[in-house]
Design a protein around this ligand. Structure first.
Ligand SMILES: O=P(O)(O)OC[C@H]1O[C@@H](O)[C@H](O)[C@@H](O)[C@@H]1O
Length: 320
């Protein structure tokens, strides 16, 4: 028989503090990264170089959601092939001449600059006990001399990466800290990991106009309810009315990518030849296990006057 009098009462027992996310800075120099793990096992890794998310595991830490090339440079020598590189202040090759971004490399400098880790926010603050927010900063002063010379404008970027049980949120805040107005493009170049590209369908783009970079940058309208990848795909969907783009695998929802204050999405898969041609893309067959769904503001330019701020980002939900 249970001795009720001596049994500790769950209500009266002193409540132990809820376990918190573990956040560590691992390594030093150009390969240092911030690793956060929730008490339930989910984790995220963010390289300070580019503030590139290189791993996001959900499902108690059992499911990796991001594709990362086996040959990705993780030592700060070049942009990371995989994960979530941050594209700023220009998407793709910059305008040939006459634009303030014209001297910058493809996709700008954010993905090849070393960001500062600004700190974490956990349950003690505003978030629920099973999430953690990591903030990273990049300012004009943190740029290489080369980048500063190519884009001599005063800005501040704060990039927030929030890991929750089944989702990852990545949001950028861009501030014009100078006297001059400037304009920029921004994109989160997310490499989603899939099991078999031949079974992938991307939905949520029906009726949207896109520029097909594989077909000489011609304009088309998405007439099928879903996009299948059966060859090289490089499309810029612009002005998307609905907020969610979904990745379905073998008929089962795999990811929801929810845009916040961003109207455009690039869908990219290099396929056989282009994958082989990239020195840092491995294995060669890796194109079968990835698809880039890249949310951004890339059609036209976002203008910021002195002191103004732009904020935009995504929440990716892992549905397995
Ligand atoms: O090789 P990079 O610079 O990382 O770019 C990869 C791809 O990035 C995509 O966003 C572009 O639409 C493609 O045109 C480009 O090939």
């Amino acid at each position: 028989m249970v001795d009720r009098a001596n049994r500790p009462s769950a209500l009266n027992a002193p409540s132990a503090a809820a376990p918190e996310a573990q956040v560590d800075i691992v390594g030093s120099g150009p390969s240092s990264k911030v690793v956060a793990t929730l008490p339930s096992g989910e984790s995220v890794e963010v390289l300070l170089y580019g503030a590139t998310v290189t791993s996001w595991k959900s499902n108690g830490g059992k499911t990796e959601n991001l594709w990362l090339s086996e040959k990705a440079a993780l030592d700060g020598s070049k942009a990371v092939r995989g994960g979530i590189p941050v594209v700023f202040p220009v998407f793709g090759p910059p305008p040939k001449s006459g634009h303030p971004t014209s001297s910058l490399p493809q996709h700008g400098f954010a993905r090849t600059s070393r960001w500062e880790f600004l700190g974490k926010t956990t349950s003690e603050d505003t978030l629920d006990s099973n999430s953690v927010k990591l903030d990273f900063g990049l300012y004009t002063t943190g740029l290489s001399d080369e980048a500063r010379k190519a884009w001599p404008l005063d800005f501040g970027l704060v990039y927030s990466v929030t890991l929750a049980k089944d989702s990852l949120q990545t949001v950028v805040n861009v501030r014009n800290e100078g006297e001059k107005n400037f304009e920029f493009q921004f994109l989160l170049h997310t490499y989603l990991k899939v099991k078999d590209i031949s079974k992938v369908a991307i939905t949520g783009l029906l009726g949207v106009t896109y520029i097909d970079k594989v077909l000489n940058a011609t304009e088309h309208s998405q007439s099928d309810a879903s996009v299948s990848i059966t060859g090289e795909v490089d499309r810029v969907y612009a002005g998307i009315p609905q907020n969610t783009t979904s990745v379905v695998e073998d008929g089962t929802p795999r990811f929801d990518v929810v845009r916040d204050n961003l109207q455009d999405t690039v869908v990219w898969n290099p396929w056989i030849e282009k994958a082989k041609a990239m020195g840092d893309f491995a294995p060669d067959e890796g194109y079968k296990n990835m698809v880039c769904v890249e949310v951004g503001a890339v059609k036209g330019w976002q203008k910021l006057e002195k002191g103004e701020v732009f904020e935009g980002g995504q929440t990716i939900k892992s549905l397995v």
